[in-house]
Design a protein around this ligand. Structure first.
Ligand SMILES: Nc1nc2c(c(=O)[nH]1)N[C@H]1C(S)=C(S)[C@@H](COP(=O)(O)OP(=O)(O)OC[C@H]3O[C@@H](n4cnc5c(=O)[nH]c(N)nc54)[C@H](O)[C@@H]3O)O[C@H]1N2
Ligand SMILES: Nc1nc2c(c(=O)[nH]1)N[C@H]1C(S)=C(S)[C@@H](COP(=O)(O)OP(=O)(O)OC[C@H]3O[C@@H](n4cnc5c(=O)[nH]c(N)nc54)[C@H](O)[C@@H]3O)O[C@H]1N2
Ligand code: SF4
Ligand SMILES: [Mo]
Length: 721
């Protein structure tokens, strides 16, 4: 019997937990937390064991599949690549480059090879119709970072290990394990804030798991956080008393912010937010008094109608209280593979906004992509520039983007669709080809993105646990192959292109990673003899990972704009304040009887794609509508009975969970369900189908500035089914 032990970083969520995987005779016999991982210190969540289940899942596709009149057929990689590249090429030749669209889902960001080779395929496609999960998630963060600090990835990270006051809006890290704040064992780290005499405060329309361990929880009416943040700033800046300290020397725009915040005293916003003025003043006072305070807001405050204002004002609050770029506040990371400050070849673009607009609705481009809420209409609306073919890479937009039913219908209209994905699911069932990559344990891993977003600087490389089979291809190999063939068809065969392709194929992600590490801030190029002198070899020799220390102040040097000054009042965002005022006039009270829908995550879910893991879906059904007892009795809903929820775009029926944990007037349904659609091949998920919240959310509801979907606060009517 052959047995081996492998150390690895779990790549299922953003937390980067170290795992210890035991293998005997080619099968995983145990997955545990790696107690020697300097960052996660042995922590894992129940999803870690799914690394095995996903690898072994009989429903996971192992070969390229082609949809034919008589069903799905296995085809060879060569036939698939040849046909796909020819079809895409001829569609672009006839109808122009924009006739092919692309959608990139969330798992790309957790995939070293896809991160490195995805952008090259997109460039080869030359299409403006690029979409991704960014615009149903963190686009407002990136827009604020781009406009204020000069780079879309310069997202301030809460210094959770040293702060003494953590104010959280629209985040539930106890379920999500933290986001744009890579934090293994977030529960222990939050508890530690309390143990050192600090406070954790949660503002959320639901008393979440995180709110449950916080020192204070405050309900807020969905979609009104920008008002609450303005009011916090109003109190903090009363008498124009900013406390920027050393930041003052490189901050522009305070004079623009001051008159804005004067307009939003807590008394004025309270009727809309539902937050009592005293409560808000108390939070502002505590925030100011704490020796190291940080405000952090995540999905709940970015996927809402004023998402960009929220992310901007959160940064402003941290800045004007002197908590940006200081220990215990919010800091920027210095990752070993530096996507922000390193050589351009290894970097991510600083960001852009509004260089072009979507064809139908005129929504702005951000960093080269368009808001995915516009994808369906770009397929459905006739005319020049219509999307006729689509590539999806690791995405399930039918379940994850607003008005999923409409997109579901739109995908049927495509002339051609190809999906790079291990599953036949709600989205990929529309594809003409599905190209499944090797499993996640058959590839090497390094978190290019999440090290940028982590609460501590560390570096770790995970070698593959299993070799990939001869007939399997890595994500990056698929992307490189498609890119090369498309280019060759367009430009003809050139020696230079072939050499480049062969070189890239030989290098693969690992060699590029090695170069990036060497050129990086701890790299062997700069410190060949110094303590770190990082290279891939160095990481391979440290299987538990290397600790590079806590985040450190780095401003103004780390700013990426030309002025090297923080822009506190970007014009684009300041201009959006008028929309906020108009949406909440003084004389308008919230409508009686109106219910606002919000989402929810559970520790055992991961967006739409882990419901096929038996161990994660067992127990009571989780796709339930939480309703406050007052609303339930008014409507006549009993706990456990079915309710029908209707919005402007659709209707779904799910069981009700009556609970005082949601605010009156608010109902909550998790996302990522809705596996009842025919033609999918995920047996376990189909048996735990639930309903998709995105059959209710509205593709017309946006954070208008960024184009990000505004899921939170979708108006719905609920009745007994
Ligand atoms: N209403 C509502 N909607 C939401 C959200 C919400 O809070 N509320 N959250 C939004 C957020 S934050 C996000 S990030 C999006 C996610 O949106 P998506 O990324 O579109 O959806 P996922 O469910 O993550 O689907 C991931 C897909 O990738 C495939 N996959 C998994 N691993 C791999 C791999 O290694 N390689 C390849 N090629 N494919 C792989 C899976 O089979 C699945 O098809 O959903 C958004 N949608
Ligand atoms: N277990 C699990 N972990 C995950 C995921 C998963 O699906 N499951 N998805 C991963 C992904 S892709 C992401 S982006 C992260 C997201 O990580 P988080 O942002 O922590 O995600 P959520 O748990 O959805 O927390 C959002 C919170 O916002 C609240 N909320 C909704 N509307 C509003 C509002 O208008 N105002 C305020 N103040 N709050 C509001 C909701 O009640 C909820 O508690 O999680 C990641 N981790
Ligand atoms: S918290 Fe995230 S990274 Fe850690 S074990 Fe769970 S899924 Fe994996
Ligand atoms: Mo996300």
């Amino acid at each position: 019997m052959s047995a081996s032990v492998h150390f690895r970083t779990c790549n299922l969520c953003e937390a980067m937990c170290g795992v210890r995987i035991e293998v005997a005779d080619g099968r995983i016999t145990s997955i545990k937390g790696d107690s020697e991982d300097p960052f996660s210190r042995g922590h894992i969540c129940p999803k870690a064991v799914a690394l095995r289940d996903l690898h072994e899942d009989p429903d996971r596709l192992r070969h390229p599949m082609k949809r034919t009149a008589s069903g799905w057929e296995r085809v060879s990689w060569e036939d698939a690549f040849r046909d796909i590249s020819h079809r895409l090429h001829s569609i672009q030749k006839e109808h122009g480059p924009n006739a092919v669209g692309a959608y990139l889902g969330n798992p790309n960001v957790h995939n070293l090879g896809a991160m490195m080779f995805g952008p090259q395929l997109l460039r080869a496609l030359r299409t403006r119709n690029r979409f991704s999960a960014t615009s149903v998630d963190q686009l407002p963060h990136q827009l604020a970072a781009h406009l204020m600090f000069g780079h879309q990835l310069l997202v301030p990270i809460p210094d959770i290990d040293r702060t003494r006051y953590m104010l959280m809006l629209g985040a539930n890290p106890l379920a999500s394990n933290g986001s744009l704040m890579t934090t293994p064992d977030v529960r222990a780290r939050l508890r530690a804030i309390q143990e050192r005499g600090g406070k954790v405060v949660v503002i959320d329309p639901r008393r979440t798991e995180t709110a449950g361990i916080a020192d204070q929880h405050v309900f807020v009416r969905p979609g009104t956080d920008a008002l609450a943040l303005f009011s916090l700033l109003h109190v903090v800046l009363e008498g124009n008393a900013h406390r920027m300290g050393r930041l003052a020397a490189f901050v522009d725009g305070l004079d623009t912010v001051l008159p804005l915040v004067r307009d939003f005293p807590p008394e004025r916003t309270a009727p809309h937010t539902g937050i009592a003025p005293d409560v808000l003043r108390g939070i502002a006072r505590d925030f100011l008094a704490a020796d190291g305070a940080v405000c952090y807001g995540r999905v709940g405050v970015s996927t809402q109608p004023f998402g960009s204002l929220c992310q901007w004002l959160i940064n402003v609050l941290n800045i004007v209280t002197g908590n940006l770029d200081r220990e215990g506040g919010a800091l920027f990371t210095l990752p070993a593979f530096d996507l922000i400050g390193g050589p351009r070849a290894f970097g991510v673009s600083p960001g852009s906004h509004g260089r072009w607009k979507s064809r139908v609705r005129g929504l702005p481009e951000s960093s080269g992509e368009l808001p995915v809420a516009a994808l369906a209409e770009e397929i459905l609306t006739p005319g020049e520039g219509r999307i006729r073919a689509l590539i999806t890479l690791a995405g399930n937009p039918v379940l994850s983007t607003p008005n999923g039913t409409q997109l579901d219908t739109a995908l049927e209209q495509l002339d051609f669709m190809v999906s790079v994905d291990p599953y036949l699911n709600e989205t990929t069932r529309h594809a003409h080809y599905i190209l499944p990559p090797a499993s996640l344990l058959e590839r090497g891993h390094y978190d290019l993105v999440f090290h940028v977003l982590a609460v501590r600087n560390t570096a770790k490389y995970s070698p593959p646990v299993f070799p990939a089979g001869p007939d399997s291809r890595q994500d990056w190999e698929i992307l490189l192959e498609l890119q090369h063939r498309l280019k060759t068809l367009r430009k003809g065969r050139s020696v230079r292109a072939v050499l480049k392709y062969q070189a890239l194929k030989r290098m693969g992600p690992e060699r590029i990673l090695d170069l990036g590490l060497r050129m990086g801030p701890y790299g062997s190029r700069f410190h060949p003899l110094k303590k770190h002198g990082l290279s891939l070899a160095k990481l391979r020799a440290a299987p538990h990972g290397i600790d590079l220390g806590p985040m450190k102040p780095s401003l103004p040097g780390r700013l990426r704009n030309r002025s090297k000054r923080i822009q506190l009042a970007p014009e684009l965002l300041v201009a959006d304040v008028a929309r906020l005022r108009a949406a909440f006039p003084d004389d308008a009270a919230p409508r009686e009887g109106e219910l606002l829908l919000i989402g929810r995550r559970h520790l055992r879910d991961n967006n739409s794609w882990m419901h096929n893991v038996p161990g994660l879906v067992k127990g009571r059904p989780r796709c339930t509508l939480m309703v406050h007892p007052d609303d339930a009795s008014r409507i006549g809903l009993a706990d456990g009975a079915n309710a029908t929820i209707r919005s402007r775009v659709g209707e779904v029926t799910v069981p009700v969970a009556v609970t005082a944990d949601v605010m009156p007037g608010v109902v909550s349904l998790p996302h990522g369900y809705g596996h009842q659609r025919p033609g999918i091949r995920q047996q376990v998920a189909s048996a735990h189908a639930g309903a998709s919240i995105n059959d209710l959310t509205d593709d017309q509801a946006l954070d208008v500035v960024s184009g990000n979907a505004a899921f939170s606060g979708t108006p719905v009517q609920v009745r007994p089914a």
